[in-house]
Write a protein that binds this ligand. Structure first.
Ligand SMILES: C[S@@+](CC[C@H](N)C(=O)[O-])C[C@H]1O[C@@H](n2cnc3c(N)ncnc32)[C@H](O)[C@@H]1O
Length: 206
């Protein structure tokens, strides 16, 4: 994981370094679950904090329509410049903070390592927008940072205990829940303790 703590230049470097990495395992789990279900029309995913598109590419490869939202213009540029965009890919980019952005009803909201970058006061509204935007049977896939993460307490970021994550997911059916704790160095050499909850949850069919 690359630390990108500040301005656009940091994120542009992050996209260059990580864009070609494989999609996140919890996203793959969610996509496989959808593939086991039938659908007459191409499904729509919204990727919040899509970055350079490592997850977006996989969704497009599997025939999804994707709205990629990121606060950095460099993210949309990086995604659009990718040489591995599938021919005929149906996607839209939006440069906006997810606190401010609107997005349509969708089958999947994916947000990999991005939601914790929301301030604690804005987080409840963002989470409400996510859950309200899910179609019946839709899924959320993403990460929450735990209270033992070494970034816990950083200004502008949101951290959750396991209990708090479970409370957020009430009303959804948890299909994938992994708690990760490990120590590693960021590519910039910063030692970091990761405490991350990896989640897939489905809005029950109504
Ligand atoms: C750690 S990167 C993850 C990128 C991508 N999801 C991935 O897994 O490679 C976090 C991304 O979230 C974006 N981001 C951070 N805070 C945001 C916000 N409040 N609204 C929209 N995007 C945000 C950053 O610009 C960055 O592209």
């Amino acid at each position: 994981m690359i630390v990108a703590s500040g301005g656009s230049r940091d994120w542009a470097a992050y996209y260059t370094k990580t864009g070609a990495r494989p999609p996140r395992p919890n996203l793959l789990f969610a996509l496989d679950r959808f593939e086991a279900e039938t659908s007459d029309t191409p499904r729509l995913a919204v990727d919040l904090g899509a970055g350079g598109g490592r997850d977006v590419i996989e969704m497009l490869r599997r025939g999804w329509r994707v709205m990629a939202i990121d606060g950095e213009a460099a993210a949309a540029e990086a995604l659009r410049a990718r040489s591995d965009l599938p021919v005929g890919a149906s996607f839209e980019t939006k440069t906006a903070r997810f606190e401010d952005a609107d997005w349509p009803g969708c089958d999947l909201v994916n947000s990999s390592f991005a939601l914790p970058l929301c301030t604690p006061d804005q987080f409840p509204l963002v989470w409400q927008k996510i859950t309200y935007s899910l179609n019946s049977g839709g899924r959320f896939a993403g990460q929450f940072y735990g209270e033992r993460d070494s970034w816990a307490g950083r200004e502008g970021m949101t951290f959750h205990t396991q209990h708090e994550v479970e409370a957020l997911l009430l009303g959804l059916e948890i299909e994938f829940f992994e708690e990760e704790e490990d120590d590693s160095k960021t590519p910039r050499g910063e030692a970091k303790h990761w405490h991350v909850f990896h989640v897939v949850a489905q809005l029950r069919l109504g």
